[in-house]
Design a protein around this ligand. Structure first.
Ligand SMILES: O=c1ccn([C@@H]2O[C@H](COP(=O)(O)O)[C@@H](O)[C@H]2O)c(=O)[nH]1
Length: 273
């Protein structure tokens, strides 16, 4: 999907919500465990109930890898279901990959060609040759970890290197990579006070923002400096939406949670114009 198509969808739905599909068999309604593929059944119901309020879905690959081959099959069925039924929706493989060039190319093929995701999250620690193989794919996005939502972000990402925090080097240096127009960045909602500085460095880039809901980040705080002329934000909520209920009404409750966030987003967007 092109960036322009993503922007069009955001305008149409008046939403920049990304629903995280982090399925945990211990947390889904027990009646689903009788199904042939409980993870896919759960995802299908969540997607059907939330797609009108969300512009993107982000399965975190760990939640599928943890179940071995069955988990990978559930992931493949999920991405195929989205692409076939809701082709306007943007998809993110939250895989946090990162390795030397030839290995990075294989990761890129796995997520962009075999799985047909629109984007993949990548750790920047190994530098240019580990990122550019992903960027080489046309109409696909590489989402680099810049300033993550967790407490451990302060271990390295905010440390000063040559007079500025490491995360700022990630933003500035990666903008010089070949096909840098295919870059987006992860910035945690729990780091709202950093958005003003980040927008000075990457005013036009899309930012994937996890950390609202269960991790305590706040939508309004992020939007204060995070929005740009094209909205430029994808706000992710996983547990806060998909586990809104563990009963028969789990999908309906997920839909209501997504709708509440979409309404808040619409109000924010209305104030922009
Ligand atoms: O900085 C980061 C990068 C990725 N994540 C991932 O996003 C979701 C958040 O889930 P919630 O249930 O809404 O907290 C999850 O997949 C994380 O691994 C992140 O939280 N922070």
């Amino acid at each position: 999907m092109t960036t322009q198509q993503l922007i069009e969808q955001i305008k149409q739905k008046k939403s920049f919500l990304c629903v995280g599909l982090d399925v945990d068999l211990d947390k889904i309604p027990t009646f689903l465990l009788k199904e042939e593929d409980p993870i896919f059944s759960f995802n299908k119901a969540i997607i059907d109930a939330t797609h009108q309020y969300a512009v993107a879905y982000k399965p975190n690959i760990a939640f599928y890898e943890a179940y071995g081959i069955k988990g990978w099959m559930s992931l493949k069925k999920t991405i195929e279901y989205i692409n076939e039924n809701y082709p306007e929706v943007y998809t993110i493989a939250d895989a946090k990959r990162g390795d030397i060039g030839n290995t990075a190319s294989m990761y890129a093929k796995a997520f962009f060609e075999d799985m047909s995701f629109d984007s993949v999250t990548v750790a920047p620690y190994m530098g240019k040759d580990s990122v550019e193989p992903f960027l080489a794919f046309k109409d696909k996005h590489t989402i680099l970890l810049a300033l993550t939502s967790n407490q451990g972000a302060f271990d390295f990402q905010t440390k000063e290197v040559d007079g500025k925090p490491l995360y700022q080097h990630v933003l500035e240096t990666s903008q010089q990579y070949e096909n840098a127009e295919n870059l987006m960045y992860v910035v945690g909602a729990t780091k709202a006070e950093y958005f003003e500085e980040i927008r000075k460095i990457v005013p036009d880039s899309f930012l994937l923002v996890p950390g609202v809901g269960a991790q305590g980040g706040n939508l309004q705080d992020v939007c204060k400096y995070g929005l740009n002329k094209n909205v430029g934000l994808l706000i992710n909520s996983s547990r806060g939406i998909i586990f809104a209920s563990k009963a028969e009404d789990f999908a309906e409750k997920a839909g209501l949670e997504a709708k509440a966030i979409q309404i808040e987003m619409e109000e924010i967007l209305n104030k922009m114009v």
